[in-house]
Design a protein around this ligand. Structure first.
Ligand code: MG
Length: 219
């Protein structure tokens, strides 16, 4: 069985879903003119959108405005259904730093029409991730995430400003989707999102833990 032989460190290869949380930081909801949600706002990104370091983020030809969103990714180690918030931390296998790349103009159009965000969020290369981060290296209550475009700081936030905590999200999500080893939850972005163009380079990091670099190219 896959489950018995895989390591969650190989989440890019074996992870079956990426559950994304929208508007989990007040300042980011406000910058896009969105209300703060009264319960977690969830969407899925296909695992085919994963991109590992060494690869390039590809801007599809039909996209005019692709945005970066730096997010802490939680890699599930032990799966479960209806996981209580009190034991949620024991289901975490480790972490990854993720970029929730978004075709903003496609998403804006979808929002107006009440359509899903799958296209805006789901293109190949739209989920660049760092290598696996050992669980002990992350202080969940105050983990500093940053992102630069061509060396210029654009996002610089802390998980302490999340609306819904990671244990709450694991509990909430697992009541809907069974969480499986290698699944990734990307937990929302702090403020400062913006467009990136082919030819530019994104660098992102978790303070004191790691940084990663991805060039952006056209299709
Ligand atoms: Mg996001």
């Amino acid at each position: 069985m896959l489950q018995n032989t895989m390591s969650v460190k190989d989440f890019v290869k074996f992870g079956r879903k990426v559950v994304a949380v929208g508007r989990n930081y007040r300042a980011h909801a406000a910058e896009l003119g969105n209300p703060v949600p009264t319960e977690p706002l969830l969407f899925l990104k296909p695992s085919s959108s994963f991109l590992e370091e060494g690869g390039s983020i590809v801007v599809p030809s039909r996209c005019t405005e692709v945005h970066y969103e730096v997010e802490l990714g939680v890699v599930i180690g032990t799966g479960g259904k209806n996981i209580p918030e009190s034991s949620a931390l024991s289901h975490i296998g480790g972490y990854t730093l993720a970029l929730d790349m978004t075709a903003r103009e496609i998403q804006s159009e979808a929002k107006k029409k009440g359509h899903p965000w799958s296209v805006a969020k789901g293109y190949d290369t739209f989920c660049p991730v760092s290598s696996f981060i050992e669980k002990e290296k992350i202080v969940l209550e105050d983990c500093h995430l940053w992102l630069k475009v061509d060396g210029e700081m654009k996002q610089n936030g802390s998980t302490k400003n999340m609306i819904y905590s990671v244990p709450y999200l694991i509990s909430y999500i697992s009541a809907i989707f069974t969480l499986e080893p290698g699944d990734v939850i990307i937990t929302g972005t702090p403020e400062g999102v913006g467009p990136v163009k082919p030819g530019q380079t994104l660098t992102a990091g978790i303070e004191g833990v790691l940084e990663m670099t991805f060039p952006v190219v056209s299709a």
